[in-house]
Write a protein that binds this ligand. Structure first.
Ligand code: ADP
Length: 563
């Protein structure tokens, strides 16, 4: 359009310049020749210089005939000039020549006027055409300006929208550009991609559905109750056994918030209580089995909450997408455990009486009044006595353990003098210590508060600790027995200089039946675990510090009796 305007303007300018040039060449020169000829006449025609000037300009005029009638006038001038040259004195001749010249001038001036009006009209029309064409060009440019970006942007916008839909897995999305240009090709390519994705998704979906049904059947047939939650703690599945023990119906729970369900269901409330506790705090009573009435009897379940974390495609960070609450039915094991505990309780109880009577019989045997015993018999009696004591200790420990296991620790909490408890433990271990020539170094503050404890059980624990200290100490060593008082507690500590306990076993020695590998002394591995249960049942704690190879310190902490 700019080129069109340039060409049009140049054409008009060219035309105008041609027309003005025409005026210059054709008429202006004639006027100049005429003026020169008039000057020559004025200078006097007798003068040869004037004749020469006149002749030159006349020749010029003869070669510059441009207007109609100009030729005749010029020829007339030539003739009259010839006449004037022959009779220069004649005034008529001079006037004729002057008239001819003014006629030629007049003719040319008229021509100039005519041509200038033609040039004017050419200028007018060029202004008109250039303005018209310019306006049309502007209008076209404006229309293009408004419409062209839209023509390009709209398909791009549509395509972007469609790509977003595909990214959101809406594979039924298509684009519709009807143009047969690059956009059209792009649309075809895009639509074919979307179609392929749709087919792929449909195929995959079918497979996924089969897999989903397979897993659902698997979960439903599991004997253990399973509950699946999504990241917003809504129930996404609950197998038949989970529905059975909670007494809920599938249609009432699926898609519902587990918190809402827990409001009206005690068991669900119990199952999810750890779910809302931060991970590090929930560990404590995780392993305590849950007692539920199921299968027409009391059943025991071990709860496990498994967090489900995945790394989404294209991302690097793990994302939590829900939890699975798994209840493992441990009733059969629990029943076996009860049977075992009952059996041990019965056996150890039944054994206790005959062993005690053996012990009494031995004491009678030692009595000189019954009859004299020789040295060998005395030795035998002594060794039987030791074995009976050991047997009694074992049966006592086993009985205590059954109490602990069945959760039936009966406590008689009363305020007791701490020194009394310690004294009992020292007395009970006296002969054992003497055998190994071990001495006790006892430190009890003169004034000390009473301790709130079950004196029998605490005495049992201290006896056991002192007995261990003796057993795991070398001969001729010293065992320190201290009692101390803090703001709220009474601390009993038993420190020996024996073999000590390796760091990796320090937590384990309080486990039932655990014995440090390689321990040669006889024992059941029950003493410390029962001690822990007894002390904790009284609201206290038992701890160990040990310098491996140099000795151990066991500390029992119990609450002070309030004054
Ligand atoms: P038992 O002594 O009957 O084996 P315990 O429960 O009393 O059972 O102790 C568990 C284990 O802890 C022992 O087998 C022993 O290896 C270790 N142990 C306990 N007390 C001490 C001690 N004072 N010094 C060294 N090791 C000890």
């Amino acid at each position: 359009m700019i080129a069109l305007l340039i060409v049009l303007s140049s054409l008009f300018i060219n035309k105008l310049s041609g027309e003005t040039k025409n005026i210059l060449v054709a008429n202006y020169n004639t006027l100049d020749y005429s003026r020169q000829m008039l000057i020559a006449l004025n200078n006097g025609i007798e003068n040869p210089e004037s004749i020469k000037l006149f002749q030159e300009n006349l020749n010029g005029q003869q070669n510059n005939i441009t207007e109609a009638g100009e030729k005749e006038l010029t020829e007339k001038l030539v003739k009259n000039f010839e006449k004037l040259k022959q009779s220069p004195a004649e005034a008529v001749m001079l006037r004729n020549v002057q008239k001819d010249i003014t006629d030629i001038m007049h003719l040319n001036m008229q021509a100039i006027q005519r041509k200038s009006s033609i040039a004017q009209s050419t200028a007018d029309s060029s202004i008109f055409w250039v303005t018209l064409v310019g306006t049309i060009c502007f209008l076209i440019a404006f229309i293009l300006l408004v419409n062209l970006p839209g023509n390009i942007a709209n398909p791009v916008k549509e395509l972007t929208g469609s790509i977003k839909q595909i990214a959101a897995q809406n594979y039924s999305q298509r684009v519709h550009f009807e143009k047969h240009n690059e956009f059209g090709e792009l649309a075809t390519a895009f639509n074919s991609m979307a179609q392929k994705l749709e087919e792929y998704k449909a195929g995959n979906l079918e497979k996924l559905m089969i897999e989903k049904r397979r897993i659902e059947t698997l979960i439903n047939n599991m004997k253990d109750p399973v509950i699946g939650l999504n990241e917003t703690k809504q129930i996404i599945f609950m197998n038949d056994n989970a529905l059975k023990i909670t007494g809920l119906h599938k249609e009432d729970v699926i898609g519902k918030s587990v918190q809402d369900i827990s409001v009206s269901n005690d068991l669900v409330r119990l199952l999810i209580q750890d779910l809302f506790i931060p991970e590090n705090k929930s560990g404590e009573n995780k392993k305590a089995p849950i007692k539920i009435y199921a299968d027409n009897k009391e059943s025991y379940f071990e709860k496990e909450i498994i967090p489900i974390k995945i790394i989404p495609t294209g991302e690097s960070e793990e994302k939590m997408i829900g939890n699975v609450i798994l209840l493992q039915n441990i009733t059969p094991y629990k029943e076996l455990d009860f049977a075992k505990t009952n059996f041990i309780a019965t056996v150890s109880h039944e054994l206790k009486t005959p062993i005690s009577s053996i012990k009494m019989s031995l004491q009678l045997l030692e009595n000189e009044q019954i009859g004299k015993t020789n040295a060998e018999q005395k030795n035998l009696i002594e060794s039987i006595k030791e074995d009976t004591t050991r047997l009694l200790k074992i049966t006592g420990e086993l009985l205590n353990m059954t109490q602990v296991e069945s959760g039936k620790i009966e406590l008689g909490m009363i305020p007791v003098e701490p020194a009394e408890i310690l004294e009992y433990a020292v007395k009970a271990n006296k002969s054992q210590a003497e055998e190994k020539k071990i001495t006790f170094q006892i430190a009890v503050p003169e004034k000390i508060s009473k301790v709130m404890a079950d004196s029998e059980k605490t005495a049992w624990v201290l006896t056991n600790l002192v007995s261990n200290a003796i057993r795991y100490s070398y001969e001729n060593s010293v065992i320190c027995l201290d009692i101390a008082e803090t703001t709220n507690n009474i601390l009993f500590s038993v420190t020996d200089t024996g073999q000590g306990i390796a760091p990796q076993y320090r937590d384990k020695i309080f486990d039932r039946y655990f014995r440090v590998p390689g321990t040669k002394k006889e024992g059941t591995g029950l003493g410390l675990s029962i001690s822990k249960e007894f002390i904790e049942a009284q609201g206290g704690s038992i701890t160990v510090e040990s310098d491996f190879g140099a000795g151990s310190k066991f500390t029992v902490s119990l609450n002070k009796a309030s004054v």
